[in-house]
Design a protein around this ligand. Structure first.
Ligand code: MIC
Length: 703
């Protein structure tokens, strides 16, 4: 049967389940991505799985988030992660080397692969024709240990692009903002967006990366751009043409849904505060005064994203960043930084008054460069949740580099089409001299690895313990939250809080600090409780701290109208019940301080019941809660979380492993490939509580 490319890749990696939208499937994983803010917990949980070495083809740990280094906390994390990579068999991309998603595009992403990454913007690598999925740290750790990745089978949506963008004023960013405008921040849930049609061929790989990155903002599972000549050229320039695979959707294949966009019709778009789907044409916000412009982050920090603002600043004598604003630029990687330095773009930017930042996530996650209070900030970033910039009453507008570039000049949001004749951008230099991996450190060989001690600084604490589910669960409602709560509300962004990513008791103190400052005190007094939320609860990032911190505080259940995909799974993986209202009207009945009881929850989950009975103490009427747990997720919850479940059961029901050994390519670098194949046969470990499962799978797909 003719299949679209996403389904081909899913089928090729399927170790369990049926490719039917919504039904649980397990996938063999080729690559994993960790960054430092999620990586410390992920690696510590990997250690709890007891595997001596990582079992995927390409496991990479990047240092790009917690790099402010106000005190010992960040560098202690880096030192621990570097040692863990050497010991357990992962690559380590040192701080300053670049943002994970850019480096993945440059050095690791490979058509046809499946990657899971502990960062919601992992789908960026789909620009090269792979399925890259954002997940919680524990799910990534489990994949690193050789288990398949379990997920609900996504629908595949054909995004059919016609025509061409009216460059340079209309850009790839406007395509993804248009999708957000049409579909909203929850419109992509459990969907992979596959980009087809003649308009796709015209998009460069970094432009595809921008779209694939922000597919996360739709709450989607992933984005896939079928490989083509642009993909091959990109890989050739990166001197890894052998990674190219000639994959494409079969002729006559079908999709579950279709979206049509005529690129020629698009104009510049802007997402207003405080949600990435609050999108309007630039004309609607033109004239808004801004105090800041920030260029780059994990989107729009490619060469041409910076070359256009550089060219505009250099276009006319005396044309500089307006005196009323502060401007910053972040290149995506060391490679891009070297290119702009050599071509002269760097000079254009600094001469024009832009402050150059190092290639890390930076202001996008509130790591410095907070805007002044009550002022608007215009950013080429991917998220504008309230307070994320570091300023509590911020007003962040998201836009393309073109809109940002012209607005730099006036201190107001401008329509770039009114600028006049576009200036010529400087050509990028030959990339060759900058093309090496000397700053990406390979792991130690197995013999040396055993001797490596892991240094753990004083801020680094082990992940919290899990308890199996009781027969019944009861708790007081500790907070009632509205729609679209982001994980940043639960585990805030910024240098202060994110420095505690390796210390759950400490980070828990910040839970809901802006939304409900009394929450923490309340729940601690009550010794635990429930959270009630609205639609799309837990949108945004993949940070499992948004589940780990509530676990630490004794949250037993979150009851919401609906959940964002990654956060829902993180709650389940950490043993917290993620339940929905059978009747959304019951949301209105929830009040802080009420006691809610789930009298038979364990038995109901074990029996496979779709509904969970609940009572509100002091009220006669029962209320019904529902869920969409896969059979294995019911067991995970009963076991008190994924680690406990794996201790009891191993991986998916039939014991199918990741298939790492069978799926291996022969061209792998040393270290990762030095795994003793006998381990893949599945011996039981002598150590208690340590899992070692077989790694079998359908076999390789590239060879
Ligand atoms: C984000 O953009 O929100 C982050 C910071 O990259 C997060 C990861 C994290 O919280 O560490 C994400 O997107 O998953």
């Amino acid at each position: 049967m003719a299949e679209n490319l996403s389904r081909q890749i899913l089928r090729d990696h399927l170790t369990d389940g049926e490719l039917k939208p919504g039904s649980p499937i397990a996938l063999r994983v080729d690559q994993t991505l960790l960054q430092d803010a999620t990586g410390t917990m992920a690696f510590m949980q990997f250690e709890q799985l007891g595997e001596p070495r990582v079992k995927v083809d390409r496991a990479v740990q990047y240092i790009d988030h917690n790099v402010i280094q106000l005190d010992n906390k960040n560098p202690d994390d880096h030192r621990m992660l570097q040692a863990m990579c050497r010991k357990y068999g992962a690559y380590y991309s040192r701080p300053g080397n670049g943002i994970s998603h850019y480096i993945s595009l440059e050095r690791f992403a490979r058509p046809g692969d499946v990657m899971v990454g502990a960062d919601s913007h992992t789908p960026t690598s789909g620009a090269l024709g792979m399925i890259a999925i954002g997940a919680g740290g524990l799910d990534v750790a489990v994949a690193m240990a050789g288990h398949p990745y379990e997920i609900a089978c996504p629908e595949v949506v054909d995004v059919h692009l016609e025509g061409t963008l009216q460059r340079p004023w209309v850009q790839a960013k406007d395509i993804i903002l248009e999708l957000l405008r049409r579909l909203s921040v929850s419109g992509g849930k459990n969907k992979i967006f596959e980009f087809t049609g003649p308009g796709t061929a015209d998009l460069s790989i970094p432009e595809r990366g921008t779209i694939a990155n922000m597919i996360a903002e739709l709450g989607a599972t992933s984005a896939v751009f079928p490989p083509d000549d642009k993909t091959r050229d990109w890989l050739r320039i990166q001197q890894r043409e052998d990674d190219f695979a000639d994959l494409r959707p079969d002729d006559g294949c079908s999709y579950d849904d279709r979206v049509d966009i005529d690129l020629g019709e698009l104009g510049p778009l802007v997402a207003k505060p405080h949600n990435p789907d609050n999108v309007v044409p630039v004309e609607e916000v033109a004239g808004t005064e801004i105090a800041q412009v920030c260029l780059g982050s994990s989107v729009n920090s490619g060469y041409f994203d910076l070359a256009l603002p550089g060219a505009i600043l250099a276009d006319k004598e005396g044309q500089i960043v307006h005196e009323s604003i502060a401007a910053t630029a972040t290149p995506g990687s060391r490679q891009i930084l070297a290119a702009i330095a050599e071509s002269g773009v760097y000079r254009q930017l600094i001469e024009g008054g832009v402050r150059m930042l190092e290639p890390v996530c930076g202001p996008c996650v509130g790591m410095g460069q907070a805007p002044p209070s009550g002022a608007a900030s215009l950013r080429t970033f991917n998220r504008n949740f309230p307070g994320r910039s570091g300023t509590a009453d911020d007003a962040v507008y998201l836009c393309s580099p073109a809109v940002a570039a012209v607005s730099l000049l006036t201190g107001r949001i401008e329509d770039p089409r009114e600028y006049g004749e576009p200036p010529e951008t400087l050509d990028p230099p030959e990339l060759k001299p900058y093309l090496d991996d000397i700053h990406i450190f390979a792991p130690a060989g197995e013999a040396d690895a055993e001797q490596i001690e892991i240094p753990r600084g004083p801020n680094i604490k082990p992940p919290p313990e899990h308890q199996p589910l009781g027969e019944s669960v009861e708790g007081k409602i500790a907070t009632v939250q509205p729609d679209d709560i982001s994980t940043g509300d639960l585990a805030p962004d910024g240098a202060e809080v994110m420095a505690y990513r390796s210390n759950i008791p400490a980070i828990a103190e910040f839970t809901f600090r802006h939304r409900d400052p009394e929450f923490r005190k309340r729940i601690q007094e009550w010794g635990g409780g429930f959270i009630v939320g609205g639609e799309n609860y837990g949108q945004g990032s993949s940070r499992e701290h948004a589940a780990l911190a509530p676990l630490q505080l004794g949250v037993k259940a979150v009851i919401a109208k609906s959940f964002a995909r990654i956060h829902r799974r993180n709650l389940v993986a950490q043993g917290i019940l993620a339940l929905t209202f059978a009747d959304d009207a019951d949301y209105e009945r929830a009040e802080v301080g009420q006691t809610w009881v789930l009298p038979n929850v364990r038995q109901e989950l074990e029996a496979g019941a779709d509904e969970i009975t609940a009572r509100i103490e002091g009220e006669d009427r029962e209320l019904k809660l529902t869920h969409d747990f896969a059979p294995s997720e019911r067991k995970i919850l009963v076991a008190g979380g994924l680690l406990g479940y794996l201790r009891e059961h191993g991986s998916s029901e039939d014991g199918a492993g990741n298939g790492r050994a069978a799926g291996r390519r022969e061209d792998e670098a040393e270290g990762i490939t030095s795994q003793d194949e006998s381990e893949a046969e599945g011996e039981e470990s002598a150590e208690p509580g340590v899992i070692r499962k077989p790694a079998q799978g359908p076999g390789g797909h590239h060879e």
